[in-house]
Write a protein that binds this ligand. Sequence first.
Ligand code: GLU
Length: 466
Amino acid sequence: MSDQIVTRFAPSPTGYLHIGGARTALFNWLYARGRGGKFLLRIEDTDRERSTPEATAAILKGLDWLGLDYDGEPLSQFARAPRHREVAEAMLAAGRAYKCFATQDEIQAFRDEARADGRSTLYQSPWRDADPSTHPDAPYAVRLKAPRDGETVIRDEVQGEVTIRNDQLDDMVCLRSDGTPTYMLAVVVDDHDMGVTHVIRGDDHLTNAARQIQIYNAMDWAVPVFAHIPLIHGPDGKKLSKRHGAVGLEEYQAMGYPASGMRNYLCRLGWSHGDDEFFTDAQATEWFDLKGIGRSPARLDFKKLENICGQHIAATDDSALLPEIEAFLAAAARPALTEAQRRMLADSLFCLKDRAKTFPDLLEKAHFIFAERPLEIEEKALKNLDPVSRGILKELTVQLQNVSWTRDELEAAANGVAEAHEIGFGKLAGPLRAALAGRAATPSVFDMMLVLGKEESLARIQEQAA
Ligand code: GLU
């Protein structure tokens, strides 16, 4: 047997891709990719009422944006129902499961009586040890012949050893009387057939693991390594919900967080490597392990997310950043860049990417590229354009006519004018910002002048000079 690591992400396609799900996918992806393993995708679409193709599409899109590539084709759990039935039959044949002919009414009556007598209401089927010759010709469910004594132990990489007494678990139904497999059976059969070695998922599935282990044992299959990770909580410590703001991954894309920053942040959410907050994909892949996953729920912290995303934007190559910005514009339903804008943006990323926490932040700083003459000056910037300042701008245009358009010469010209008026350069920068961008917060005035070029810069300054 090969000892290759195989992990999987097994979302139910019933809505959008929750960021908790995205983090589960990320952990599985990192674990596999860091160990030369495989990362598989299984769509758990057995619930026909709630599963939709749109939800599946949203999951695929979300994983694609987050850069979590999976091996092979996604598997449909529903399509594998015949195989699930086959395994139920095999358990029957091996005497590890039995046919239960009890009707819903009979099960209910059993429970009512047990409750009245103060006994456990866990159903105990009279068919467990029935002689097959007594079987009626009627529909039946296939129930696991679960051990009645002893314990089932989950050796969880995050939660430690979790022990459940077998008398707390009933003989679970594996195949319903209409022939459809239950979720519990489907998960085990699929994980086994896919060769999954490590099941990393939300700790809301921890108790399911005990039941699933019983199915593995009934089939004499190797039990995978389990790692049940605590769920994500909102900043107030309560389970993350819509009340806290965005919970769908696509919303984060539309808000303009870069995928690399999201990966970094989601990875840190519940997992740690010393004090490291910012790291690259290569580092995350190398460092990620199950031991670093905490036992208590991580809290979503937008400040941290923004901080990490800002560092990723600053660290991304311009050539990689541009397509990401364009993908953001499309995701946020904002107008696409024209050819000229794309060129200008590419040329000015060097002065835009520092201190931008999100793509909208960066584009706000890029406003000077998109603005057209006559420039609209925002209220705050207008304050910098008093008559004295406009006079100084006029003088500056004269000085700038004669410089070759290099940073050194631009700086020398601006400093010369500031000195002549005995004002600090800061006093000149405000009016210049207003003239060049129409805004009070912009990249450095020299960066803007270099990007805009001589003709356009002078035209803008002249427009405000008096
Ligand atoms: N389909 C389950 C869910 O979306 C995951 C089951 C599993 O990972 O075993 O919560």
